[in-house]
Design a protein around this ligand. Structure first.
Ligand code: PLP
Length: 228
């Protein structure tokens, strides 16, 4: 299938999931995850209306950024503190903040260039040790710490990478947990915290994620085909 057909399919599936639970499809944006995808294919997707691009490695992101204009760059992978300086001047949203140490580094770099940076907190909802993310029970505390200590950050919501399970129904509790955490944090009315986004759902589980309230779905394979 072509990229055009794939994007159409993904959009239709998002619409269907929204319809099922009474959500407005306009509340859900696609972040096209382009790791390992060549520039020409990314440009094709952009010509088809994709506006948001996600990468999970700083090096690859920087290489691609030079050839691709007029998109919003999302960082979705694990971010090392020593790499923050390379992306802080242009990144649209960092999805993967999971420690105060990382938040403080982004804040420090942001302050230097007087730019406010939007971030999401990555939560490890599956409990798998191989996954990044703050533990669910430590999430509220981390958001409070960031709110108090990081004047140049805006916490815009939460992100999770669910477990990869053959039946996407089984990941529903993880998405639900993320939504409940978001609602709980929103009630606290913390400074510089606006719980607008739930970044959850990938190619194999985005429909369930949309049903559970995702506002950003991170889609790679379902748009560009399998990665090598
Ligand atoms: C690769 C990746 C995705 C996209 O995965 P697909 O299964 O190809 O849709 C989403 N989020 C993160 C953090 C990723 O690394």
């Amino acid at each position: 299938m072509s990229i055009a057909e794939n994007i159409l399919k993904v959009k239709q599936r998002i619409q269907k999931s929204c319809l099922k639970v009474g959500r407005n499809p306009d509340e859900v944006s696609i972040v096209a995850v382009t790791k390992t995808v060549p520039i020409e294919k990314i440009k094709e997707a952009i010509n088809l209306g994709i506006t948001d691009i996600g990468e999970n490695r700083v090096q690859e992101l920087l290489e691609k950024k030079n050839s691709i204009e007029n998109v919003r760059w999302h960082f979705v992978g694990h971010l090392q503190t020593n790499k923050v300086k390379y992306i802080v001047d242009f990144i649209y949203l960092i999805h993967s903040v999971d420690s105060l140490k990382l938040a403080l580094e982004i804040d420090k770099r942001a302050k230097k260039i007087n730019r406010v940076i939007d971030i999401l907190i990555e939560v490890n909802t599956s409990g798998e040790e191989t996954k990044y993310g703050v533990k669910p029970e430590e999430t509220i505390d981390l958001v409070k710490q960031i709110s108090e200590n990081c004047k140049f950050l805006r916490v815009k919501g939460l992100m999770t990478v669910a477990a990869f399970l053959p039946n996407p129904e089984e990941v529903r509790p993880m998405f639900r947990l993320l939504r409940e955490l978001k609602d709980e944090i929103a009630k606290l009315n913390l400074k510089n915290v606006e719980m607008k986004h739930l970044s959850m759902g990938m190619s194999n589980d985005f429909e369930v994620a949309v049903e559970e309230g995702a506002t950003l779905v991170r889609i790679g394979t379902a748009i560009f085909g399998p990665r090598n």
